[in-house]
Design a protein around this ligand. Structure first.
Ligand code: ADP
Ligand code: ZN
Length: 683
């Protein structure tokens, strides 16, 4: 283990250990070898080139295609106490000159630039005379025509590197693994005998849930309702679909925004920032959203439609849980998605070779969806990394849903379609199965069929969902034409003959991963205020995991604070104080004793007694508490935590003495609020 690298990690980033692969890559760079590292989105690439830059002598130039990402990275570095700057088209002349002055005065350790800057004579001339330790190329696949977002400006990088008198170490990072792209990167960026790392494609904290059972809207609404206070992205294939979902959620009062190429640049920028700053919780977008977003606390990514390739899918779900906290990825699939994607490929490019590559990738995505193997294993295998066991954390591995035998119902549907002779759409089939008196049904004489009305126990929506599920499992075909019609296939016949059993797993919509605790909420609002006043994103102050760490070990000294992952010395100096005070106050006011310094953990059982909540009384108490809070201009949770109110509502303390027995009420609070609370208990 490289002690120096670990020290840098601890001091600046406040992390206690490296993630898989990071350390080897860093060692290689410190040993002055070129590196090509293929890591998944959110895998922690930046640390791989930033840590060496802080150890090596000289300046590190980071070339990145994404202006928004550059700013975030530079802000984050500054907040950790690293002198960093950026140069891209967002700077005006005086800002540009400031940075150039800074470079002349050797102020910066890390400089982010857009590849287009390599055109600037002034910049190139100055930088050539400086000691460069490393050139790190982020999103290196942009140099390749085979990558999904080719940038011609990336082709200048190789020439630039060649023009340098003394060649620094060159490092390239990407999440795209294909062989063609890899070869292009090495060749076109002039990497010198680079060590290749394909690392850590497994993102352990992501649950992969691929749901084929239709009913997308119901699922989505239920999901969003169950995850209300969390940050999440919903991806849809088309702008129209994005607008529809966005409007639906907005109408229902959710904190939601949207992003797609049909919006103006300003609107997109604004919406994105609102999301990053936690001012809104849900972002609905096309795949245009997310490039260059480094928001670590995204708790879920829902694909309302199937993405076009496994690369796209993995990149998009990779945006969840960058902070390493548990996060969920849900793909809602219906067969119609395949047609949409085919259409998008068709209109997306006229080049037949490109089209074929896309069709092939689409098919691989479809195969993945229908596969019965561990999804994680299949995906990671796709990226060329080995993964031996089943993950136990994807919808194919998890069997929490109840298996229900639907063979009989499937036979009813299939024989009805067979009896209707000509091909009809699902609506007509549903009408017949439910015994509708619809004019067309009668006209065709379908009311005389033996299957007429045999599925009356299903509602229209239920039956539609059921038929779609049969389609998505390949038990019936849906054939596109002017309008899609249902057709039977070999599997349908096997079902009728009883050769195939139809068993569906009842899918469940997950609940929020964990109950939030009161202190955590307090810390979050402190973070929000700091971020707002500094004009930065909340996660740049401290990540969710860091706050959760604080909320569970109650650090009240610098020493204790530094043991929390994500608190480095510089960040502690900058932001530690208000958090420390809040924790101290919380401990005092709630009468919580920290057990001892060695374990640092508080016995949770002592915290709250399990009592039945009196819902009406609780509502009343919350109202009273909020009144007090607004009078005191304090955070409600700091006045009296909700768990304490819950306990009061179940134990009915009638005087101050009894109130003292409620956890969370110390003598100070009893004096302060006892006279307001007690008399209200039985009113
Ligand atoms: P990407 O590979 O997509 O560029 P980042 O470099 O942005 O990923 O890292 C993703 C997140 O993971 C960031 O919030 C980063 O601070 C965090 N991270 C990276 N390395 C570590 C580590 N060793 N310990 C804890 N968190 C880490
Ligand atoms: Zn699995």
């Amino acid at each position: 283990m490289n002690i120096q690298a670990l020290e840098v990690l601890k001091k600046y980033y406040g992390y206690t250990s490296f993630r898989k692969g990071q350390e080897d890559i860093i060692n290689e760079i410190i040993n002055k070898n070129d590196v090509l590292a293929i890591m998944p989105t959110g895998g922690g690439k930046s640390i791989c080139y930033q840590v060496p830059s802080l150890i090596l002598d000289g300046i590190t130039i980071v070339i990145s295609p994404l202006i928004s990402l550059m700013k975030d990275q530079v802000d984050a570095l500054k907040s950790m106490g690293v002198n960093a700057a950026l140069i891209n088209s967002s700077l005006n002349t005086s800002q540009f000159n400031d940075v150039i002055d800074g470079i002349n005065n050797d102020e910066y350790k890390i400089i982010y630039i857009a590849p287009e800057r390599l055109d600037s004579y002034e910049f190139v001339n100055i930088i050539r005379n400086k000691k460069l330790s490393q050139i790190a190329i982020d999103e290196a696949h942009c140099v390749s025509q085979w990558g999904h977002d080719f940038r011609s400006s990336y082709r200048k990088i190789g020439t630039f590197i060649n023009s340098l008198e003394k060649r620094p170490i060159v490092t390239a990072f990407t999440a795209t693994a294909s062989l063609e792209v890899r070869e292009d990167i090495i060749k076109l960026l002039n990497l010198y005998n680079p060590t290749l790392f394909i690392t850590g494609f497994n993102r352990e904290n992501l649950t992969i849930n691929i749901n084929k059972s239709s009913g997308k809207n119901e699922y989505l609404l239920k999901y969003v309702e169950n995850h209300k206070d969390e940050s999440g992205i919903i991806y849809a294939a088309t702008r129209k679909e994005v607008d529809k979902i966005y409007e639906g959620l907005l109408k229902r009062g959710y904190s939601v925004s949207r992003y797609h190429a049909g919006l103006s640049a300003e609107e997109r920028k604004y919406n994105q920032e609102e999301f990053i700053k936690d001012n809104i919780s849900i972002m609905v977008g096309t795949n245009a959203f997310g490039m260059g977003i480094d928001k670590p606390n995204i708790r879920y990514v829902i694909h309302y439609n199937m993405p076009q390739s496994i690369e796209n899918y993995y990149q998009e779900i990779g945006r969840a849980g960058r902070d390493g906290e548990e996060s969920e990825c849900v793909l809602l699939f219906t067969p119609g998605d395949v047609h949409t994607q085919k259409y998008l490929i068709e209109i997306g490019t006229e080049n037949p070779t490109r089209q074929n590559i896309h069709y092939k990738k689409l098919q691989q995505m479809v195969d993945l969806i229908y596969s019965n193997d561990c999804y994680r294993k299949s995906i990671i295998g796709y990226f060329g990394e080995e993964f031996n066991d089943n993950c136990g954390k994807c919808s194919n591995c998890l069997d929490d849903g109840e298996i229900i035998d639907k063979t009989l119902d499937a036979q009813k549907v299939i024989s009805c379609i067979a009896r209707m002779k000509r091909s009809f759409g699902a609506t007509m089939v549903i009408d017949v199965l439910r015994g509708s008196k619809n004019k067309k049904v009668i006209q065709f004489g379908f009311n005389t069929l033996s299957t007429y009305g045999i599925m009356k126990d299903y509602s229209v929506d239920e039956l539609k969902t059921f038929i779609n599920t049969l389609i998505s499992h390949g038990f019936i075909d849906s054939v596109e034409g002017t309008y899609p019609v249902l057709r039977l296939n070999e599997k349908s016949l096997d079902i009728i003959k009883g050769n195939i059993k139809v068993e569906f797993r009842e899918s469940k919509v997950s609940k929020k991963l964990e109950v939030s605790n009161e202190l955590y909420d307090v810390l979050r609002s402190i973070r929000y205020e700091i971020a707002k006043s500094e004009g930065i994103a909340p996660y740049m102050v401290f990540g969710d995991g860091t706050l959760r760490g604080m909320a569970s070990v109650y650090p009240t000294t610098k020493e204790e604070m530094l043991t929390v992952s994500g608190v480095g010395e510089i960040k502690y100096e900058k932001y530690g104080q208000p958090f420390e005070s809040a924790i101290l106050r919380y401990l005092e006011e709630n009468n919580i004793q920290k057990k001892d310094n060695t374990s640092n953990k508080v016995d949770k059982e002592l915290d709250y007694i399990d009592v039945t909540t009196d819902k009406d009384l609780l509502d009343k108490l919350i109202e009273i508490r909020n009144d007090i809070a607004s009078k005191e201009r304090a955070l409600p949770a700091m006045v009296i935590p909700k768990n304490t109110l819950k306990e009061i509502s179940g134990r009915y303390p009638q005087n101050k003495e009894q109130l003292l027995d409620i956890s969370g009420f110390g003598p100070v609070k009893v004096e302060k609020y006892g006279d307001v609370i007690c008399p209200r208990i039985f009113i």
